[in-house]
Design a protein around this ligand. Sequence first.
Ligand SMILES: O=C(O)c1ccccc1N[C@@H]1O[C@H](COP(=O)(O)O)[C@@H](O)[C@H]1O
Length: 201
Amino acid sequence: MTKVKICGITNLDDAKVAVEYGADYLGFIFAKSPRKVSPYKVKEIIEQLPEDVKKVGVFANQSLEEIAEVISSCSLDYLQLHGDESPEYCQEFNIPVIKVFRVKDESYLEQLKEYQVDKYLLDTYHPNKLGGVGKTFNWELAKLAKEYGEIIIAGGLNPANVKQAIDSVNPYGVDVSSGVEAQAGIKDKKRLEEFIRRVKK
Ligand SMILES: O=C(O)c1ccccc1N[C@@H]1O[C@H](COP(=O)(O)O)[C@@H](O)[C@H]1O
């Protein structure tokens, strides 16, 4: 069954609803973003969630010290590195790393091959933004990465297109943030339910 990651969680209500509908992973953004949330708030949220839901911290080009501090204060299960972190940098942590590749064309694969990480998350390339672009990329390009490990598709997914993405790529998982929002950082419960239902059915 395809795994679902709901990203850009900023409050307990959205987190609980996502878990109730069947989310497997929840993402908390510590990078520069309108969805950025403090470690203090994330700790409060995580303490009230079931253990089997994986909690992912999203960072982009941040220091080892800052990330290590947040891992231990919030008890994160995974790191999602969304910036220009090197293959060596990704080995520095004591929890599994999901490395993000922003896909423009098939040249992204040359980079991806250099990384020994737990999972590869493929997001849409944008010249000025690191994430939360809200646009899809050519999913044919995602199929090429499957021989290197587990891949998660992100970028512009929503309840209307997620099934098509799964049928086309058959990825390990799918990731959504803006496609299930009412406004930046606040989820629309109906869209959230519909998204997860379409993945899980
Ligand atoms: O959402 C952001 O603002 C953001 C900022 C910095 C790094 C990552 C960010 N978001 C992540 O981007 C993907 C795709 O998002 P979307 O579904 O297209 O909105 C997802 O992992 C977001 O959490």
